[in-house]
Design a protein around this ligand. Sequence first.
Ligand code: UD2
Length: 365
Amino acid sequence: MNLFNGKILAVTLMTLLTLGIFYSYILRHYRFVVAFKHKDKTSADSSAASDSTTAANCVKESPAINIRSHEFSLVVPDHLKYNQPHLTENSRTDVMTVTPWLAPVVWEGTFNQDVLDSIYKPKNISIAATVFAVGKYTMFLKNFLESAEQHFFVGFRVHMHVFTDQPNEVPKVKMAAGRQVMVHKVPSLNRWQEISARRMKQIQDLIEEKLRGNTDYIFCLDVDSKFHGRWGTESLGRLVTVVHPGYYRDDRSRFPYERRPQSRAYVAPGEGDFYYCGGAYGGLLQEVHQLTKTCNLNFEADAKDGIEAAWQEESHLNRYMWINKPSKVLSPEYLWQDFKPKNPEIRLLRFSGVIKNYADIRPNV
Ligand code: UD2
């Protein structure tokens, strides 16, 4: 009996010993594989590798998180030379350069375009712009498109989506490689208010039906405008909006928000950050999709209740941005008005609305 017990004990001990050796071998091997994999990752210099969550001194293998967004990595080529930024110096002291929720406000002098371009160029991003030219507004297309070729994301892949009721009136504009105009036919409407407001739905549809999966950023612009200066990578962000040139020096009590509480665009007195333009906004495709979908739903629900916001989709956009703070705010350099004298803080005029006679060009007054 004792002999038998002794044999069992010996076998058990042998088994435990073997398992112990086996376990420590597996553990060592696993650590080696992790360390090797990690070395591979951190030595990669490209933006693609850095798009993942890899941190330079990370020691643990993180689970495979495959979030790839151009907003998550700001990788520059090694040895890029540019002026040193100084924390105690600010190139712009005359204007606000960051909002209370820490979104940058973009003015000439606040960014280095070489740094930004070198970050976004290797990502091979694709940018869509939408512009509507219904009825007599086709007259603005030539200047808009030609000036965009000179100033709007020059050197990047750009698709200009022109929505019009008269495709034959879209001028042929010579475009650089990687850039093209795409024409979409839309019905003409009897009221300018409808033409302007319905853009949100048409942009939502465009994103759902044509842009998903092939476009990174989108900007939605008024056609009765012209580019005069660079509009480029400094404007890229998750959700981007432009402060209206007509109200940026005013107290918020003077902003022309929708003031009737029955409307879904209502902004209460004492609320609101800035007054934003309906004529230029943008961001990542999924963010602009959410924005246009929400504003359109609210516009339609208002219409069912027999109410149209004071400035149609611009009012809904302002309500949206009050709650959903933009991640980047573009200064009025990005949408000025030709009839306004240039204020001193506007050091570079980039995009501006042309002077027009509303009575001559709109289908209704
Ligand atoms: C402001 C906004 C505009 C919109 C509108 C309120 C700016 C610079 N503009 O402009 O974006 O929010 O208020 O609804 O912030 N359109 C046509 N055919 C027409 C009428 C309009 O194609 O017959 C299109 C065109 O793309 C035009 C846009 O709608 O740029 C806005 O219309 P607008 O320029 O007449 O509106 P406006 O100047 O009041």
